[in-house]
Design a protein around this ligand. Structure first.
Ligand code: MG
Length: 396
């Protein structure tokens, strides 16, 4: 007995409210695209023999990126059609050249399907032509009438909300889909409806509340929270940074992303923003990812005169790539001049913008060194920074 999984990922819904513009099945939750999570649930299941994914023809590159490094029995992707129903049928036709006994059809938008749910659907297929994951409806159901008022209450006893996977004996569901296509029926919203229409008996098996469908922007936020609770607590990581630049000829300095008129400039390969350099190192230190010199070597002419927000933004992206969040950053400038106080809030705003965090999470402070040392003699400016980053413990 062989069991195939067919994951439907051919839809065009894009991730509402996000600028990445990716179709939602390729948007990331944590560090992995939705689709990768769905695929792994099936390739890792001991009772699933092969997995095939139906994709939109425009998404071949996204698909390749999402499945890079996937281990397990993943077949070549199948191009989908105009509707979900057509996409499923094309996926089934692709499997038909080497037909499995059973097929589990699953929506890529449900990335948190787990092995228990998959196992229950497969088990029920021993006794039924079809079996779907579903949950009893718990909300009281209202039918809307005119202008958003309630026209009636729907008896909820015996009502279930359908999820996926929806499993079927392969030949039976392929035949039902072919018949539906031949008869011009294109109004089915899930595969169980087609099976019912074709007269197959379809069992309801217990789904899971975690097996949510990620559709709207707020679903992504909820999915992220689910992941965080999966990985246990976030753990705080603290990093520190320190940097010095000497004064040279000039009429301004860059500090904390703000241009400040001054009787000297700071000497450096980039714009010599000593505060942002210390901050970059603090962020990199918090995630144990080298230092600014390792990522942006001063020997590389590319960084000559560079605006230092580039370095800060790169470090923030490295934090994000590990599923981390920046809890706060704090920068201290050590100099006799220029005076920092009048520019403090502008620096905080600039840094908050680079890190995409609230300005209340950014501290900027300054001190003199009482005339002592190189800062006291006005030879240069030093900066110290610290950063607190919250990383999922699963990030290692
Ligand atoms: Mg520097």
């Amino acid at each position: 007995m062989t069991t195939a999984a067919l994951i439907v990922a051919a839809g065009r819904g894009s991730r509402a409210g996000k600028a990445d513009g990716l179709p939602k099945q390729y948007a990331r939750i944590g560090r992995k695209p939705l689709l990768s999570r769905a695929i792994t649930a099936f390739t890792a299941h001991p009772e699933v023999d092969v997995v095939a994914v139906v994709i939109h023809p425009d998404d071949a590159l996204h698909y390749r990126a999402a499945t890079e490094g996937t281990t397990g029995p993943l077949l070549a992707p199948v191009n989908g059609g105009q509707t979900r129903q057509e996409s499923v049928r094309l996926g089934l036709e692709a499997l038909a050249s080497s037909p499995p006994d059973k097929v589990l059809i699953h929506d890529a938008a449900r990335p948190f399907v787990d092995g228990d749910v998959i196992g229950r659907v497969i088990k029920a297929l021993g006794e039924h032509a079809g079996a779907i994951a579903a949950l009893p409806v718990t909300d009281t159901l209202k039918r809307a009438g005119a202008s958003g008022t309630i026209a009636g209450t729907v008896e909820r006893a015996g009502l279930w909300g359908a999820q996926t996977p929806q499993g079927f004996r392969f030949e039976a569901i392929l035949d039902a889909h072919r018949r539906a296509a031949r008869e011009g029926r294109s109004d089915f919203t899930d595969d169980a409806s087609i099976a019912e229409w074709a007269g197959l008996d379809v069992a309801l098996v217990e789904g899971s509340s975690r097996n949510m469908k990620v559709t709207h922007a707020e679903d992504f936020a909820m999915a992220e929270r689910l992941l965080i609770s999966d990985s246990g607590l976030l753990e705080p990581r603290v990093g520190t940074g320190f940097d010095v630049h000497r004064f040279g000829p000039g009429d301004h300095v860059w500090l904390g992303g703000v241009r400040i008129a001054h009787s000297a400039g700071l000497v450096g390969h980039s714009d010599a923003d000593v505060a942002l350099h210390a901050l970059t190192d603090a962020l990199l230190g918090a995630i144990g990812d080298g230092d600014i010199g390792a990522h942006f070597p001063p020997s590389d002419p590319k960084w000559k005169g560079a605006a230092s927000h580039v370095f800060v933004e790169d470090a923030a992206a490295r934090v994000a790539a590990r599923g981390g969040r920046i809890a706060n950053v704090d920068v201290t400038l050590l100099c006799e001049a220029p005076r920092i106080g009048p520019h403090r809030d502008a620096m905080r705003e600039a840094i908050a913008g680079m890190l995409a965090i609230d300005v209340s999470r950014v501290g900027v402070k300054a001190t003199t060194t009482e005339g002592l040392g190189f800062t006291g003699r006005g030879e240069g400016i030093a900066a110290m920074a610290s950063a607190t980053v919250l990383l999922p413990i699963a990030a290692g």
